[in-house]
Design a protein around this ligand. Structure first.
Ligand SMILES: [Ca+2]
Ligand SMILES: [Ca+2]
Ligand SMILES: [Ca+2]
Ligand SMILES: [Ca+2]
Length: 164
């Protein structure tokens, strides 16, 4: 989950069975202490069931970048996407609204099972990697050193911490 600077809380649901992977955005607009769907305070802004853009099948980590973009990690594809509402219709569900932010590449860096993500001061993103087949877990630090909008270059990823 993540808060943006307008007070919206974003929640990811990786989905299971008939329940699609989706992201919900909520804010207590009327300040009654509860986020009510009936009052329009809770809205699904992305869902694999309805998107006309990229399919993020197992959304886990969410983080808000300094410039306000929502970054989402997909634990199935091991990629990350940068979500926004460029069409200004209230969601990030449309074509072109989920470009890649990080691509796991067999010739470069693969982030398997990226459970949670967070931005460090200065713009680097840290990724918690929970390895299901090993007791060893890691945190990776990614930084867009060459400013191309991606962090997939092996030189841009380093191990920040390991449990081994
Ligand atoms: Ca409310
Ligand atoms: Ca939209
Ligand atoms: Ca839409
Ligand atoms: Ca880069």
């Amino acid at each position: 989950m993540a808060f943006d600077n307008e007070g919206y809380l974003f929640i990811s649901d990786a989905g299971a069975g008939a329940s699609p992977s989706h992201i919900t955005r909520m804010r207590d607009n009327d300040a009654d202490g509860y986020c009510s769907a009936a009052a329009g305070e809770v809205n699904v802004i992305y869902s694999t069931a309805t998107t006309t853009g990229s399919t993020l099948t197992d959304i886990t980590g969410l983080a808000i970048r300094e410039d306000g973009f929502l970054i989402a990690s997909d634990v199935n594809s091991n990629n990350m996407h940068r979500l926004s509402d460029s069409g200004i219709d209230g969601d990030a569900n449309d074509a072109g609204e989920q470009p890649f932010f990080f691509i796991s590449d067999s010739t470069g860096v693969i982030l398997g099972d990226s459970e949670s993500i967070a931005f460090a001061p200065g713009g680097a993103v840290v990724v918690m990697y929970v390895n299901p087949s090993s007791p060893t877990d890691s945190i990776f630090r990614l930084r867009d050193n060459n400013g191309n909008g991606f962090m997939s270059n092996p030189a841009e990823v380093n191990t920040f911490w390991g449990s081994a």
